[in-house]
Design a protein around this ligand. Structure first.
Ligand SMILES: Cc1cc2nc3c(=O)[nH]c(=O)nc-3n(C[C@H](O)[C@H](O)[C@H](O)COP(=O)(O)OP(=O)(O)OC[C@H]3O[C@@H](n4cnc5c(N)ncnc54)[C@H](O)[C@@H]3O)c2cc1C
Length: 601
């Protein structure tokens, strides 16, 4: 006899109810072992700020017990409950939950297998007494009545702009006004945390505008929304870079950010329990004294140009991909693009479109995934029109993604990429036949894991692969040995005549960028930024299970890192902002298991 849908639903609801009741009881009586016994042998509890004032994943009953012993008295969690009907599929019951702590209100996602927790995500969503001024709490915007001391909105914004950073110091200084700095600035604004964003470019959005001419976002619109202000429903699936630049500029303005363009941060040193930060604001040296310093310098901020012998002899144009002006002046010229990841492919395709004779130099294997396939098989359950039609929201999609433990994420991603390989078998065969070296990550787990582990090594194909496959863009392979006056010479002696050499050779680490501001000693003290510690290429162990140093307390009090693609930046900016707000309000914020420091580079 088969069970009806209602029976399955109510069985799932009672299983979740039973689990949450037992969990809450154990927490109430501070019985960490009883709570831990509710987790499966293989299980993962990821907490984002709510219990740990950190971003941390613990594993198995022992990890759960350790977390709870360290945090329970302080956190005093109450009211664990479901917020909608739990669902069951393939023996896994999934439940959206909510709870409260001493400090705030939280939510999360629970997955039960056989009555025990397999994964639990808990997040702190707002601080009690410091909720964002939304809906019923929204500001009035005007004081009705007649007042001789009336100050208009424009006057008060102008006063803030004059005073903040000069007679009034910001609580938070964000260095870097790309999308990361801007999203965090918006969160802090809503939480009433005085903040300044300093950006060496003139205008918000310039970090996108200044990239090569043909660039459009590789991620689709559903994945790219900024906090508070989603793109309109008519926004293109793939934003052209200048359009996203304009959106960021508009956003910074309407979200009332204190954005100092044309301002370069020179140095930041500790001073008491805060910072003394020297910036050059359009030629004027200003010293800012924030309590908290956020580095939002980007993972693509420090161009790496290999020091090939003979570079000084080369008579043509040569530049890093970040400085590539676009293809227009290279019609009929011979272009050699060193590198085979995203930038290399985009630039090769644009040069070919403009009528250049293009050669790509592949130095190591590259993960390639067709954009359509990535969207259909990788993203569309969470981020697509189909997902929206099925009731998915951006917050829910982000939360589901966040609830998948990094330890086992590759096991969930590998089947997706296996399906993509099958679907696009002919595409991959043609690329390999053209001599292109492909990989799918060291454990075949594909793009997103490569991004989290090393932030490089892939191309989302939006058309350039066809040019490589059909030979329109020539492929050369191997290391560059030297440049002559008019050639790129490879290790095997291959000589590539060139009028233009583009170094699509990637970017330095965020730690290197930070060292330029906080000094090498402090950068070493903080250690590597980004990467999970997977022990794969460019992501040395030991395992941390979270992105190193991102959005959470670092080894340096008062120093934080923020960034990531638009989706990560949107999601984690909330939790970083809440940590900063709590400190401004003097709330206790004991950090559970501050991560160890590894690998300064
Ligand atoms: C070719 C290319 C394509 C990409 N495509 C996508 C995509 O489709 N989707 C996506 O989400 N991401 C994409 N990315 C990644 C993208 O770089 C990041 O998502 C995004 O730029 C990260 O934003 P951010 O604010 O962290 O860093 P950035 O945008 O790099 O911003 C950092 C800012 O810090 C400023 N800065 C640095 N040092 C100082 C200083 N000392 N003083 C003042 N200001 C300073 C810089 O000028 C810069 O504006 C792409 C990157 C590249 C290179």
């Amino acid at each position: 006899m088969t069970q009806s849908v209602d029976q399955v639903a109510s069985a799932a609801a009672s299983a979740v109810n039973e689990w949450l009741t037992a969990f809450q009881q154990a927490l109430t009586v501070r019985d960490a072992d009883a709570a831990a016994a509710l987790f499966a042998d293989e299980s993962y509890w990821r907490d984002i700020v709510s219990f740990t004032w950190n971003i941390a994943t613990v594993e198995g009953g022992a990890g759960v017990a350790e977390l709870l012993r360290a945090t329970l008295d302080q956190v005093d969690p109450t009211g664990f409950r479901v917020t909608e009907e739990p669902a069951e599929a393939d023996g896994v019951i999934t439940a959206w939950i909510a709870f409260e702590t001493e400090a705030g209100r939280g939510s999360g996602l629970l997955r039960l297998v056989g009555g025990k927790a397999f994964t639990l995500l808990t997040t702190l969503d707002e601080l009690k007494g410091h909720e964002e001024p939304v809906n019923d709490r929204r500001p009035n915007g005007v004081r009705h009545g007649a007042f001789r001391d009336r100050v208009t909105w424009a006057e008060s914004r102008a006063r803030e702009a004059t005073e903040l950073g000069y007679t009034v110091q910001p609580e938070v200084l964000i260095i870097g006004g790309g999308q990361g700095g801007i999203a965090l600035g918006a969160r802090l604004r809503q939480l009433g945390v005085p903040a300044i964003i300093v950006e060496r470019n003139e205008r918000p959005g310039d970090s996108w505008r200044k990239r090569y001419k043909s660039l459009a976002l590789h991620d689709p619109v559903w994945y790219d929304h900024l906090p508070y202000l989603p793109f309109p429903a008519s926004w293109p699936v793939f934003s052209p870079k200048d359009k996203i630049g304009d959106w960021l500029e508009m956003y910074a303005k309407v979200m009332e950010l204190n954005y100092w363009g044309s301002t370069t941060c020179k140095s930041a040193v500790r001073e008491g329990d805060g910072w003394a930060v020297v910036v050059d604001r359009d030629g004027e040296e200003v010293t800012l004294r924030p309590r908290q310093l956020v580095l939002a310098l980007g993972a693509s901020g420090l161009p790496v140009v290999p020091d090939f012998p003979g570079r000084e002899k080369f008579r043509g144009d040569q530049h890093h991909s970040s400085a590539h002006p676009g293809p227009d002046q290279y019609k009929g010229k011979k272009a050699v693009v060193v590198g085979s990841n995203n930038s290399a492919h985009d630039i090769c395709a644009a040069l070919w479109e403009a009528g250049a004779d293009v050669t790509m130099v592949q130095r190591s294997s590259t993960h390639v995934v067709r954009s359509d396939s990535l969207m259909d098989l990788g993203l569309s359950d969470l981020y697509s029109e189909r997902a929206l039609a099925a009731g998915m929201t951006t917050f829910k999609a982000d939360t589901i993604f966040a609830s998948l433990p990094f330890r086992i994420l590759h096991t969930l991603q590998t089947p997706v990429y296996n399906a993509i390989r099958e679907r696009d078998a002919e595409f991959y065969r043609r690329l390999e036949q053209a001599g292109f070296d492909l990989d799918f990550g060291e454990d075949d787990s594909g793009l997103f894991l490569k991004y989290l582990r090393r932030g490089s090594g892939y191309y989302i194909d939006v058309g350039a692969c066809e040019l490589v496959a059909n030979g329109a863009v020539k492929l050369a392979k191997g290391q560059v040995a030297e440049l002559t006056e008019d050639e790129v010479v490879l290790g095997d002696g291959t000589r590539l005549p060139a009028d233009l050499v583009v170094y699509a050779t990637g970017y330095g680490s965020m730690n290197q960028l930070a060292a330029g501001i906080i000094g090498q000693d402090m950068a070493d003290k903080v250690g590597k930024v980004w990467g999970l510690g997977s022990g794969t290429t460019k992501d040395p162990g030991p395992w941390e299970g979270e992105l190193r140093n991102m959005w959470k307390p670092t080894a340096q009090e008062g120093l934080w890192f923020h960034g990531g693609n638009l989706a990560l930046s949107r999601y984690y900016s909330l939790y970083l902002a809440l940590q900063l707000k709590a400190r401004m309000e003097g709330m206790p914020t004991p950090v559970f298991r501050r991560a160890e420091v590894h690998h300064a580079e």
